[in-house]
Design a protein around this ligand. Sequence first.
Ligand code: ZN
Length: 479
Amino acid sequence: MKVKINLQTNSAKMSLKSVKYSLNVLKSENLEIFSDLAKAKLKRLKMKFNDLESKFLSLDGDNAGHHVFLKHSTSNTFKIQTHVRKGLKNLLSENPETINLFCEDDDPLWNRELLYTALLNSQDLPSRKSKIEKKQLKVINFFGNLSAKEVVEIEAIVSGNTLSRQLTMTPPNDLTPTHYRQEIKKLASKRKWKFKEYNMSQLKRMGAGAFVAVGQGSDPQDAAIVHLTYQPKTFKKTITLVGKGICFDTGGHNLKPSKYMFSMHEDMNGSATALGILEAASLNKLPVKIDCWLAIAQNHIGPKAYKQNDVVKALNGKTIEIIHTDAEGRMVLADTLTLATRTKSDAVIDFATLTGCMAVAMGDRYSGIFSNKPELACLAVGSGQKSGERVCSFPFDEDYEEDIESDIADIKQCTLEGGPDHIHAARFLSQFLTDPKQPWLHVDLSSSNTKGGLGAAMSDVNGFGVRFGFSLIQDILQK
Ligand SMILES: [Zn+2]
């Protein structure tokens, strides 16, 4: 977090004459800040002040400054973020060192989203260009109504989201399971999280056949399940996070065509989301104990790789008939969920870029959720609306399991007939919870990459899920 935030009280009125770069959220056009020059440009564009509820006005002022104006309107978090993001993109296009944010209204929602969106888009993301254009932004002067406590929370979530984006965007030759595990170990010691790993030989000995089926196809066999724990001195609840960390997904022997294999280094996004939430929760010192389990592997082709018709035995003793080697996510998650749920917690939340089916159902603006507790699904939908990272709840009825009954094993991994694979995957995963009744939420991340950005984030890889998960944990704490 290299950007310094200066909180200014509302009385310290900002004047456009004294600043070079500003973004202004106004309630009325009568404010002095909305100068004659701004009014004249609005008129020239044949726009009304109310049009600034959905568009922005940019202005090059007479002091050679650049200013952007928006009108305060909706109370929908996603819409506020989107509106602010578009205006900010214009303001940040000149790569300024200092920006000034002004919020006329005391609306806490607008104040929060204004700072969150600005800070989120001021972070450096991975680049391998020989001439790197670093973001120059060093200072945000915030003229509005935010407490120091709110700023700490915003900084924590931005830090978690940025961690998730940075890991997800790292090229796959730089983020192999070996490298990823090293990075997590470093982070764990920096944040004082407990760190434990289960490597391939340990997992084989333990009988984690579902995870091993995927991990055995890579050379070196550097797949592992990583377990991190954040435990503050006092805590009110316990949460279990689980993340899918496939560092590259070729599809295995059922090889993906090039168009679909491209960008498969992002198939570890679920684990990056879980890590991002852990980062945000511990930086903000949330009074909750979090156990975070990451299933880290690659899905490769080779003589040892698993294949169709194999039958493997999972850690909980259930046998699985392999149907399609590209459905590796549910395999590595199955054993990770079993391990993660041997200890009870108030909620188990897993994140995974799991099915293409969810992307077909949702597009890339929403992610889908499933839960064995309808009240947890409802809470999650609310957390999604509040955080601007929207989720939609999908059916989780038992009779869908008829589709994945196997003649030779306890369960089929998936089907080859198409159908609702996102629901089949959720039903499949539920078979590996140690206690099927414990509150569990499965998040199928269809919105982890959205061309041109989504909500507050301008980058295609948007860190979706970190703020959602953070908000959900806060909501669970308040119950
Ligand atoms: Zn796959």
